[in-house]
Structures are given as C-alpha cells and as structure tokens.
Design a protein around this ligand. Structure first.
Ligand code: NAP
Ligand code: GLV
Length: 309
C-alpha cells in the first residue's frame, strides 16, 4: 500500500502524523522520487503535474486536497476510471463563510465609501438598507453554500439559495431548476457564486445574467474563475450595472500582471484565498477516508463525473 502525495505548499509531517494516527504507513512518495509507479495505490494531490496520475497503473483512489476537483479533472489525460474523493472539511466551510460575510458586509454597508471619506478627512455617515431588505442570492447549496446561507440568514439578510436539487434550509428560501435561476438572478442585490466548475456552469455568469441583476448590485465569486465571462463582467462594472465585485478565483491563476481586474476601481482581487485548505483537518479527513478504503469500504464523497462535481 503506497501513497503518492503532491501539494507544493504542504508540511509533509502533518500528513504523515495523520496517516500514522489511522495506522497507515506514512512513507509518502513525492514527484521528485516516486519510485516504482506500479506500487502506488492512492494519490493525495493538489494540482498534480499533467499526465502523471495516468502513469500509476494500480491507482485505486485519488484524494483531492480541496473541495473542488478541476485541479485534477482539467488534465485531459487524468485517469477518469479512478474514483476521486473530494475534501469535506468543517474548517474550509467556516473560512469560506467568513470570507463571504466579510464581502457581504463590505458591500451592504458601503464601507468603501468610508475609505474615500477618510482620504478627504470627511466625518460623514451614510445610510444603508436594513439587513432584511438586502436580498442575497447564493448559487450552489453544497457544503459551503448551505453554511453561508445559514450564517447570512442569522445576520438577518434576505437569503435565497439555488441548487440543482431541492433543499430545505431553515430561514432560507431555496429554489431549484433552471427556471428558478432567472428569479435568483433578478432578485440578487448581492450574488454569491459557490457552484463547482462543470460544463453547465462554465461561462454561466455572463452579460445576460449581469443585465438581469438589479442595477447597482454586487458579485462575490469564490467558486471558479471560468464560471464568469470576464469581458461581460468588466462591461457591467464599467457602466455601473454591477457596482462592485469581489473576485477570489480567476480563469488563469495566478492572475496575469496585465489583467484588467488588477486595476479596476470596482474590483477587489484576492489570490484564491477565501478558504485555503487547512492542513491539519484536511489530513485528518483524508487519512480517515484512506483507512476506510484500506478496510474494503467506500470512501466519500466520491465525485460523480456525469454531474461534473
Ligand atoms: P459541493 O458541496 O459539491 O456543492 C455544489 C453545489 O452546487 C450543490 O448544491 C449542487 O447542487 C450545486 N450545483 C452544481 N451544479 C449545478 C448546476 N448546474 N445548477 C445548479 N446548482 C448546481 O461544493 P462545495 O464544497 O460547496 O464547493 C463549491 C465550489 O467552491 C468548489 O467546487 C470549488 O470550486 C469552490 N471552492 C473555492 C475555494 C476558494 O478558496 N476560493 C475553496 C473551496 C471551494 P445539488 O446540491 O443539487 O447537487
Ligand atoms: C479550493 O479552491 C478548493 O477547491 O478547495
């Protein structure tokens, strides 16, 4: 039983300790010296080198060191017959909600204006709507979307969540189906994107969506950059249809130096930092799932490739 490990930002000892706690030998193989590739049964990875996983002929499971899996599946040569187990992690979910709440409050209370007043040494308070009249639409009601909805609802916001399947979340209006998407968008004073990147969600947020949102609304994208048509978003920002956007994810990462988002006055850029994987809790979760696989069980959650997430 051999584990291949790939994550350039990792502290290997954290992972070894988590494996040891599950009675799994912690002799990890790394890309620099993977040994005999046919020995490798499990791959624990973030953004592995293209074509590499395909070479592990005895690979049983791929464990994603992240909630999203496009860092694996966008490799045209990845072994699609090997199940991918994605990360479920309470701390990741908590961090994501904190990031979203930060930007919701920033936009809702128009805090950017205070920065401007400060520059002008102007002691001025502005008005903002009651929380209950600020409509927030959350796209995606998986582990992160549900938590964000609950916390935003607890803060008194008027929250609507949208997913493929019906959901019940106390205090939150939930909608499903493509027809409901129109309502979700039209009523989004603040639109929060937490959808996985799939063929259906690629380029989903385009001019048609931005033009249907209320004038002067806000976008928070923490999902994946390719869900947004960048030229359409920039046009919507330029004309004030979208007042401001907080973007954490981009079609190309790192964001190239000449990308217009960097210097757009209505855009806040963060470097895919909304919910960085917490090594301790992620290692614990993945080691637990490897133990289940070694005992002959089925680790979870396994990505459904037909759905794309
Ligand atoms: P998840 O648990 O898989 O949930 C995905 C949600 O999206 C589900 O509710 C699903 O609906 C819904 N969905 C998928 N395709 C849809 C479609 N075509 N129409 C409507 N709803 C659709 O995902 P998660 O763990 O919450 O993570 C969401 C994404 O956030 C990840 O895929 C990743 O890209 C991103 N992420 C970013 C960071 C960061 O630091 N920026 C960190 C973690 C994750 P059903 O419930 O009906 O299946
Ligand atoms: C980060 O983007 C993740 O998918 O966990």
């Amino acid at each position: 039983m051999t584990i291949f490990f790939h994550w350039s930002e990792a502290t290997p000892d954290i992972w070894r300790n988590a494996l040891t706690a599950e009675n799994i030998p912690g002799d990890l193989r790394f890309v620099e010296d993977p040994g005999a590739l046919s020995d490798i049964n499990y791959a624990v990875v973030w953004a592995p080198p293209q074509g590499l996983l395909r070479q592990f002929e005895n690979l049983k499971y791929i464990f994603s060191i992240g909630a999203g899996v496009t860092h694996i599946t966008l490799d045209p040569d990845y072994p699609s017959e090997v199940p991918i187990v994605r990360l479920q992690d309470r701390l990741l979910v908590q961090d994501m909600s904190c990031h979203i709440i930060h930007w919701v409050l920033h936009f809702h209370r128009y805090y950017a204006r205070y920065r401007q007043y400060q520059g002008e040494k102007k002691w001025l308070r502005h008005r903002y709507p009651e929380n209950s009249s600020r409509r927030i639409s959350v796209l995606g009601l998986g582990q992160t979307g549900q938590d964000a909805c609950i916390r935003l609802s607890d803060l008194g916001f008027n929250v609507t969540g949208w997913a493929r399947s019906e959901k019940t979340i106390p205090g939150v209006r939930t909608l499903a189906s493509n027809d409901a998407f129109d309502t979700v968008v039209r009523e989004a004073d603040i639109l929060v994107n937490l959808l996985p990147l799939t063929p259906e969600t690629t380029d989903l947020l385009d001019a048609g969506v931005f033009n249907r949102m209320p004038r002067g609304s806000f976008l928070i994208n923490v999902a994946r950059g390719s869900t947004v048509v960048d030229a359409d978003l920039l046009s919507a920002l330029d004309c004030g249809q979208i007042e401001a956007a907080a973007l954490d994810v981009f079609r190309e990462e790192p964001l190239p130096a000449d990308d217009p988002y960097w210097s757009h006055p209505a855009v806040s850029v963060t470097p895919h930092a909304a919910a960085p994987t917490n090594e301790g809790s992620a290692a614990e979760f993945i080691a637990g799932q490897i133990r289940i696989a070694m005992d002959g069980g089925r680790p979870a959650p396994i990505v459904d490739l037909a759905r794309g997430y």
